[in-house]
Design a protein around this ligand. Structure first.
Ligand SMILES: [Zn+2]
Length: 274
């Protein structure tokens, strides 16, 4: 699933291409991806709008149009969104095509079709529950060490599950949580409240660091993820634990272990993470 670094990379690679362009036509190949309002109304609202800006909150992309409308896109598991001046694409998973009046198009593609799209006035974003309840994001002014340590002290339950909770921290997913816990030297199944101040401080720094690194390398591509120009990320070559089970730890040489925490596949170093 695309996490904050992937969605931010899409935003950065797409913004220059789409901002200022007018949507001349919307072709709906799979109308059920539209969650609000109806697919028919969505099509009518979006057609003939010019994109004013492209922003991101957590894993959501927000396309702001003229006349106070916003289109929200969540890619979920396998969604991709990319711009191309080539109208004929060799991509059998294209589900929605936004054609611009300059002849180029924005393609929404999705193999498992779990992605969600919305359009609404900017003052109605509360309709999207996951967006309205999103917690502070890594690297944002709201995500302070004090906030993080207070949250950990209050919570029962495993540290990994807490970090995946979008209402507590917006934008983290399985890859970056495993990487953060490795960098901080903390076992994923530890009780959140059991972390010493020094450990929660290390984890806080680690979260910001892995997210920044993920963005710098243009996101992590194992299968589906592509940026706004259809290119792969490179962060998969720089991971320490995720997807590396039975390979030697880059720090100590111990084989990376894989287990399940809260129903999610979890990678860690049995020696470096206590
Ligand atoms: Zn190790």
């Amino acid at each position: 699933m695309p996490e904050m670094p992937e969605v931010e990379t899409i935003r950065r690679t797409l913004a220059d291409k789409v901002v200022g362009n007018k949507i001349a036509n919307v072709e709906m190949l799979l109308p059920r991806l539209i969650k609000w309002p109806s697919a028919h109304e969505f099509q009518a609202l979006v057609t003939n709008r010019t994109i004013k800006s492209l922003e991101r909150r957590g894993k959501y992309l927000l396309f702001y149009f003229d006349s106070d409308l916003v289109m929200v896109v969540h890619l979920r598991m396998t969604g991709r969104i990319y711009y191309s001046s080539v109208v004929e694409q060799d991509d059998r998973f294209i589900r929605i095509i936004f054609s611009f009046d300059n002849g180029a198009a924005l393609f929404y593609a999705d193999s498992r079709t779990l992605g969600t799209l919305y359009v609404m006035p900017t003052n109605e974003l509360w309709r999207i529950n996951g967006l309205a309840k999103l917690g502070p994001e890594p690297m944002s002014p709201e995500f302070t060490l004090e906030y993080f340590q207070q949250i950990l002290a209050k919570r029962k339950g495993k540290i990994k599950s807490l970090l995946l909770n979008q209402q507590i921290i917006g934008g983290l997913g399985n890859i970056y949580v495993d990487e953060s816990l490795f960098l901080a030297g903390v076992r994923p199944e530890r009780n959140a409240a059991s972390l010493a101040a020094e450990e929660s401080n290390r984890l806080y720094q680690a979260i910001n660091k892995v997210i920044e690194q993920g963005i710098n390398y243009g996101g992590t591509t194992f299968r589906d993820y592509r940026d706004g120009e259809g290119k792969r990320g490179e962060n998969q070559y720089h991971l320490n634990v995720y997807g590396r089970e039975n390979q030697p730890c880059k720090t100590c040489g111990t084989l990376i272990a894989k287990t399940e925490v809260g129903g999610r596949g979890t990678h860690y170093c049995p020696h470096c993470q206590q």
